[in-house]
Design a protein around this ligand. Structure first.
Ligand SMILES: C[S@@+](CC[C@H](N)C(=O)[O-])C[C@H]1O[C@@H](n2cnc3c(N)ncnc32)[C@H](O)[C@@H]1O
Length: 341
């Protein structure tokens, strides 16, 4: 196989150069020979000029190489041998892993290579059984994505691990984002053992599961998606919980029928929480706390989030506004924590 022999002390520079030009063949392991490195090449024809320009010493040789460990290679590296070089710029750097499922979003320019990309992802992650392409953003009343199978078996039911909790998710019929794991934990850590808590848009129940795993308290989890509540009920049996979770399939507009008051209400339905602030207030104790999630423009996000909350409920003190994550180039997902006065 075509390869180039360079001095070890120049190795890093040459490797960087070859990588930037997509000329390093990452399917194979780099060899060491005394004070030299031998680098496997995709194509040797363009290299001389580049190395001479940098005044680097080199010799071309023809030798055999061992296969490299594919798990340590990036998606882009693997695809550099499969898809045209000018399309590599569209290969995404990140994707979601939920249990044994990968969900990836692709730029239109590389959609023709979706099956190669699915296979490459399974090469990097041998434990992944299913790769879905996310066709559009989350939408509809259950906040779901349209998913298309691009590699592996069509099995949307999986178990995600979040801080040693088992979270049962059907990625096709329920909302779940592994990007919120830190937020689920953070909020649970701020609560205390004596509180009664309402998880008002629970989905498959990550907030509720964290809370019940940490405290011996009572959590009421509601969601109007019956499939999400079904997953949560399975998760309740699959985790060692100290507290109790009542998982109820109902519309948040009907929470008055629960006939009880709460110390804390978590409202993570950022695209539409605002509509439910008044009904949440009606079941919150005086001195109780609301975690209100919303999407706001990046500029002046704290002020905008506070104004949005107070324009619905003016009898509250804002405790903080916390930035959860960048939702889109122009919007943030934030949480307002506020106390009822
Ligand atoms: C963004 S997801 C949040 C899920 C969960 N809290 C989490 O962090 O993963 C919003 C959830 O609100 C539920 N939802 C939307 N409108 C609702 C309503 N009126 N009543 C009850 N649940 C609702 C959706 O089904 C969805 O599961």
């Amino acid at each position: 196989m075509d390869s180039v022999k360079v001095r070890k002390k120049d190795g890093e520079t040459v490797i960087q150069l070859l990588r930037s030009l997509n000329l390093l063949n990452t399917t194979y392991k780099i060899k060491q020979a005394g004070d030299f490195l031998i680098l496997p090449l995709i194509n040797s024809s363009e290299i001389s000029a580049v190395l001479e320009d940098k005044e680097l010493q080199y010799t071309f040789i023809d030798t055999d190489f061992e296969l490299s460990d594919t798990r340590n290679r990036s998606l882009k590296e693997i695809l550099s041998q499969v898809i045209p070089q000018d399309l590599l710029q569209y290969v995404p750097r990140s994707y979601d892993i939920v249990g044994s499922v990968i969900i990836i979003d692709l730029d239109d320019n590389i959609l023709d290579h979706k099956f190669d990309i699915g296979l490459a992802l399974q090469t990097i992650h041998p434990d992944i059984q299913t790769v879905y392409l996310k066709s559009e953003g989350v939408k509809g009343k259950f906040r779901l994505r349209t998913l298309e199978l691009i590699s592996g078996v069509d099995e949307p039911l999986t178990v995600d691990r979040e801080f040693s909790l088992n979270i049962v998710v059907n990625v096709q019929t329920c909302y779940f984002s592994p990007r919120l794991s830190t937020e689920h934990r953070r909020v649970a850590e701020e609560c205390t053992t004596s509180e009664s808590i309402l998880d008002m848009f629970s989905g498959v129940g990550p907030f509720s599961l964290h809370l019940a795993s940490m405290y011996k308290n009572n959590v009421t989890a509601i969601d109007h998606n019956p499939k999400a509540i079904k997953c949560l009920k399975i998760s309740i049996t699959r985790n060692k919980l100290r507290g109790q979770i009542d998982a109820i399939c109902m519309n948040a507009e009907e929470i008055l029928t629960l006939n009880r008051l709460f110390d804390t209400i978590i409202m993570n339905h950022p695209s539409d929480s605002n509509r439910y602030l008044k009904v949440a207030d009606s079941v919150l104790k005086l001195g109780g706390v609301i975690y209100y999630y919303t999407f706001v423009p990046v500029e002046d996000y704290e002020l905008k989030a506070k104004e949005e909350f107070l324009s619905s409920l003016s009898n509250y003190s804002i405790l903080y506004v916390h930035r959860v994550r960048q939702y889109s180039p122009s919007e943030l997902h934030v949480v307002v924590k506020a106390r009822k006065r």
